[in-house]
Design a protein around this ligand. Structure first.
Ligand code: ZN
Ligand code: ZN
Length: 327
């Protein structure tokens, strides 16, 4: 996989399919994060603690916000909850809610095909970060045009954030943490900018990308053996409970994005949504445990009747040609 990267880069360069603006941006994000590493030891412990809070806070803006609420409509949230999630989402700075949800719906509908923005059959590197360095495959653009996003257009909070994009998200991601740390506990502005802003941002980006790469390639497939997405506890630890991905792709409308509760599967996002429901800010939480119970019954009946259950789909390392697919 890794040895193919230079030839893949030269292929895209010659074909004119490198996404230069995004590629330069993602590279700069890593340069700023590397500078952040050199500031860690100079930082106040409160700033380090604050970075951890922002990891979880911005993480929830992705998982509870743009993912489980806006992409999948797995629960309903009132104005205040949606506004709070929009702010948290802006700290995560992963593109506007509108664009993230659009790409994510396409990802679910066309998983592991050319129309999947981070198609995992093209290998770990492409699914993790490589997809951001190349122009979108025409099948992705076509799929995005065919789906309906009227529900997102109707949400004034989503459209408000889209209008301010990318400046508001850049401010919330880099500058706001620096101002908070500087004014509340006297941290050097640039220490906080690089550590609680740049370094924390880059780490959370990688944690989110692990859902597209590792959780699409490594783990068990108890719910849908034919799909790539897998149950990956390590990704769940990094991505505040978003690694139970075999269940999630089988039942994307389930607000927990996992079979079990947060007492047996690490899932702070479910805990957060449950807390909002307890406070009356969230309602209509959908679950798929009933559908799964019926699926299990059917599977057991079929096994009794002697019907062979499908085996897992071939994984990328079992398909020789996957590494050279570059269109
Ligand atoms: Zn996925
Ligand atoms: Zn999803």
């Amino acid at each position: 996989m890794w040895r193919d990267i230079p030839s893949v880069i030269s292929h895209h360069y010659k074909a004119g399919t490198i996404n230069w603006p995004m590629g330069i941006y993602i590279t700069l994000v890593h340069v700023v994060a590397a500078i952040g590493l050199t500031h860690v030891l100079d930082s106040d412990p409160k700033t380090i603690m604050f970075s951890f809070v922002l990891w979880w806070g911005s993480g929830l803006g992705i998982t509870a916000g743009v993912h489980r609420l806006w992409s999948h409509r797995s629960y309903e949230a009132n104005f205040m909850a949606r506004f709070f999630l929009m702010l948290m989402n802006s700290i995560a700075n992963q593109g506007s809610i509108y664009h993230w949800a659009r790409d994510h719906r396409v990802h679910h509908k066309y998983s592991e095909t050319d129309a999947d923005p981070h198609n995992a059959t093209r290998g770990f590197f492409f699914a993790h970060i490589g997809w951001l360095y190349v122009k979108k495959h025409e099948a992705i653009v076509k799929a995005g045009r065919e789906l309906n996003f009227d529900d997102l257009k109707r949400d004034p909070i989503v459209m408000f954030q889209k209008k301010l994009d990318p400046w508001f998200a850049l401010y919330m991601c880099y500058v706001m943490p620096a101002q908070v740390a500087h004014y509340l506990w006297g941290e050097d502005f640039w220490n906080a900018f690089f550590v609680a802003g740049g370094l924390r941002y880059c780490i959370v980006l990688h944690f989110t990308w692990l859902v597209n790469s590792a959780a699409h390639l490594y783990g068990d497939h108890p719910y849908d053996p034919l799909s790539y997405p897998a149950e990956n506890p390590i990704v769940s630890l990094c991505a505040v409970g978003e690694g139970w991905h075999n269940w999630h792709h089988k039942y994307p409308y389930d607000y927990a994005a996992s079979e079990h509760g947060w007492t047996s599967q690490f899932n702070p996002t479910k805990m957060f949504i449950d807390t909002l429901a307890y406070l009356g800010a969230v309602k209509g939480r959908k679950r798929a445990t009933g559908a799964w119970a019926m699926g299990m019954k059917r599977r057991k009946r079929e096994e009794k009747e002697g019907k062979v259950q499908p085996k897992a789909a071939p994984r990328p390392w079992e398909v020789k040609e996957f590494e050279v697919k570059r269109d």
